[in-house]
Ligand binder design. Structure first.
Ligand code: SAH
Ligand code: SF4
Length: 350
């Protein structure tokens, strides 16, 4: 069964050619999928009945079923989707007062990187998502926003999974999000734990996508203890790749820093971070730690977070404390899925 969300424009053209259809059918189908947001081939009324029947028999439009949908008081909507094989993944929509509408999508079920503080890391790796499964997460919110008279404006690949561990599907999905769903590269951010060779490869794709790097520490021993990937690619190699990314793309690099009380939130740490980032066009996103079951750390309080920002600012490093969104609905990476798994284990379906 072919998932139409797995096919780019050329893929649709190839399919139509293989079926003996004229090439313009591909364009028609693409408009139905991404402009009219149809999810049933019978709605593709300008296609012949025979073509619709064949599409219905041999293809599908997506594969994700909503398992749980949780709206939050701050407007955040979190969905737990069930994939065709039963795997569960999270997608979060975050509306901002500025009018920005950002969707955060998953790139894998689970994650192999094993970061100690992360609910997804604590689950382990299940499998890579396909291009279609990643595009569908975006398309479904784009369609919902359109139906509401609104518009999805930004995409962050920052949900469950490590995007650069699933490089080809993620690159295909990013191209699909740009060319099919219609979100510009500058409104797309891909977040990585720091897979250095993939950062270098991504820099060569010629895209204007924002790179976000999860740093959390600039001390190798400390970072390796939290993030096993650091043993393979230490801070110095990671920073060199980030500098090259900024140079190659002309884009500022975003650094993610989960503030953990008494661990990586003191003045000396802020100074060390500022020194590491000196001269690199960047922005630091500080996120007070979301507590997770498997990690014994507490979030930094607001005054300490503000001091951290001030120290970075004194050294010319722009930083903001990210508002923690949707906390009442477990909107941290992997947290909704984690809680749903716990509940299921406590009361297995009859
Ligand atoms: N695998 C990618 C993208 C998904 S994780 C990456 O690691 O960058 C998205 C972001 O959430 C990362 O910056 C990650 O470090 C951060 N994160 C994970 N668990 C967190 C927690 N418990 N509290 C705060 N941030 C967390
Ligand atoms: Fe994977 Fe990112 Fe979580 Fe690390 S923080 S375990 S890379 S999802």
């Amino acid at each position: 069964m072919i998932d139409l969300y797995d096919l780019d424009e050329q893929g649709l053209r190839d399919l139509m050619a293989a079926w003996g259809q004229p090439a313009f059918r591909a364009g028609q189908i693409r408009r139905w999928l991404y402009e009219h947001d149809v999810t049933d081939v019978d709605e593709m009324t300008n296609l012949s009945k025979a073509l619709r029947a064949r599409l219905a028999a041999e293809t599908r439009i997506g594969s994700l079923a909503v398992d749980i949908e949780q709206p939050s008081r701050d407007g955040t909507i979190k969905r737990l989707y069930r994939c065709a094989d039963g795997r569960r993944i999270e997608t979060v929509l975050m509306p901002y007062r500025s009018g920005r509408r950002t969707v955060c999508v998953s790139t894998q079920a689970g994650c192999a990187m094993g970061c100690a503080f992360c609910a997804t890391g604590q689950m382990g790796f299940e499998r890579h998502l396909t291009r279609g499964e990643i595009v569908e997460q975006v398309q479904r919110y784009a369609a919902k926003m359109r139906a509401d008279g609104d518009r999805l404006s930004n995409v962050v690949l920052m949900g469950m999974g490590e995007p650069f561990h699933n490089y080809d599907a993620v690159l295909g999905a990013i191209r699909g999000i740009m060319q099919d769903v219609g979100i510009g590269a500058r409104h797309i951010t891909v977040s990585t734990v720091g897979l250095v060779p993939m950062i270098r490869r991504f820099a060569e794709e010629g895209l204007q996508v924002t790179l976000a790097v999860s740093l959390h520490s600039v001390d190798d021993a400390h970072r390796s203890a939290m993030m096993p990937i650091n043993r393979r690619w230490p801070v110095s190699e990671l920073m060199a790749a980030c500098r090259d990314y900024a140079q190659a793309t002309g884009r500022r690099v975003t650094f993610e820093w989960a503030l953990i009380a008494g661990d990586n939130d003191d003045e000396a740490t802020a100074l060390a971070l500022a020194k590491t980032l000196r001269g690199l066009p960047c922005h630091v996103n500080l996120i007070p730690l979301n507590p997770t079951r498997g990690f014994d750390g507490r979030p930094t309080d607001d005054p300490a977070a503000s001091r951290f920002v001030a120290t970075l600012a004194e050294h010319g490093i722009p930083a903001t404390v990210r508002v923690r969104r949707g906390l009442d609905i477990d909107a941290g990476c992997g947290q909704l899925r984690d809680r749903a798994d716990q509940e299921q284990a406590a009361s297995p379906p009859a």
